[in-house]
Write a protein that binds this ligand. Structure first.
Ligand code: COI
Length: 330
């Protein structure tokens, strides 16, 4: 058996090499992303593993089919950039890594929130310039705030435990309630959650283009001075509406680890250059926004799990014809 792993970063490589050695299976490591051009390298391999945020071109799967490759295994969870139709047409199976480290993302939610509440962006900027004064960057405390967790899957569940540990009142909303949680924390609607929360943290998948959870209308229902945290998907928020609400003073601020137009910008080095996205540039400069380039997942534990679980799923598919991480293509 021979596998090919695309879009591999240097921090992933040792885990893939270790897996290959342990399992005695050849894995060709490619740093290029998976495109309709680079798929040619997969000819002669049994399975394709990949991870990227750019959309997967449907033609990739036609070529995979030509090469007799019937499984693609993703090293991440999100499948919103995969054309299911093309997979189905070519009878190709897809696996993802549904859970690589829920705590990585849950911890990042609270990290960003603490930074915002204690004005750390401003404080660090001042200290870097040797301005060691306190005022005007007075903080707010997390203890006692009502935190609304939207989405109570693995990540939301981990976030709830952390926020409860900080002495927050946690309320939650999910269409499908998590039986492992105390059911009394649930409210019946997302509107209710938005109305009652001092902090709203989003742990939902993308709801599809144009289906935002945070927008002008929903913001008007929220408490004054509330905070929004998004470590899920950028398109859950109408960013312009959020920016306007923070600028007008309606909301206190926001933590954004994801951005609706991040693909092609995040995880690139633009040191010293203007950004092509002016709204993003304004957000980065604004002390009321903690903006990071989709790094909530980026921990050693998560990266190791993404690298190895994707390969294990591929192995299950090729050996047993089924992996528990296989995606139902509908
Ligand atoms: C995912 O696993 O889908 C993530 O959100 C990580 C990412 C950098 C694409």
């Amino acid at each position: 058996m021979k596998l090919i792993d695309y879009g591999v970063r240097d921090d992933e490589r040792p885990y893939i090499e270790e897996w290959s050695k342990e399992n005695q299976i050849e894995v060709k490591i490619i740093s290029d992303l998976l495109t309709k051009d680079t798929i040619e390298l997969a000819n002669g391999f049994d399975g394709v593993v990949a991870f990227q945020q750019l959309p997967y071109d449907p033609e990739i799967f036609d070529r995979m089919n030509d090469f007799g490759i019937k499984v693609i295994s993703l090293r991440n969870v999100g499948v919103d950039n995969v054309p299911f139709d093309s997979l189905k047409k070519n009878n190709i199976k897809l696996t993802n890594v549904p859970s690589y480290s829920p705590t990585a993302i849950a911890e990042y939610s609270v990290t960003g929130l603490m930074m915002l509440l204690r004005q750390m962006k401003q404080v660090i900027r001042k200290v870097d310039k040797h301005d060691l004064r306190w005022a005007p960057d007075i903080g707010r405390e997390l203890n006692g705030l009502t935190v609304g967790v939207a989405g109570t899957g693995r990540i939301g569940h981990a976030a709830i435990k952390i926020y409860q540990g900080f002495g927050c009142k946690v309320i939650a909303y999910d269409k499908y309630r998590n039986p492992d949680l105390d059911q009394s924390i649930y409210v019946d609607t997302l509107d209710e959650l938005l109305k009652q929360s001092d902090v709203v943290t989003l742990h939902l998948p993308s709801l599809g283009k144009g289906h935002t959870v945070i927008n002008k209308e929903t913001i008007s229902e929220m408490k004054d001075d509330a905070i929004v945290i998004n470590t899920g998907r950028g398109d859950l928020i109408n960013t312009q509406d959020l920016y306007d609400a923070v600028e007008s003073g309606k909301l206190y601020g926001a933590v954004m680890d994801v951005y609706e137009n991040e693909v092609g910008i995040f995880n690139t080095d633009r040191t010293g250059q203007d950004l092509p996205d002016k709204l993003l540039e304004k957000i980065i400069n604004d002390p009321k926004f903690i903006l990071s380039p989709h790094i909530a997942f980026y921990t050693t534990r998560a990266v190791k799990n993404m690298a190895t679980i994707s390969l294990n799923s591929m192995l299950e598919e090729l050996k047993d014809g089924k992996s528990q991480n296989e995606i139902d293509l509908g």
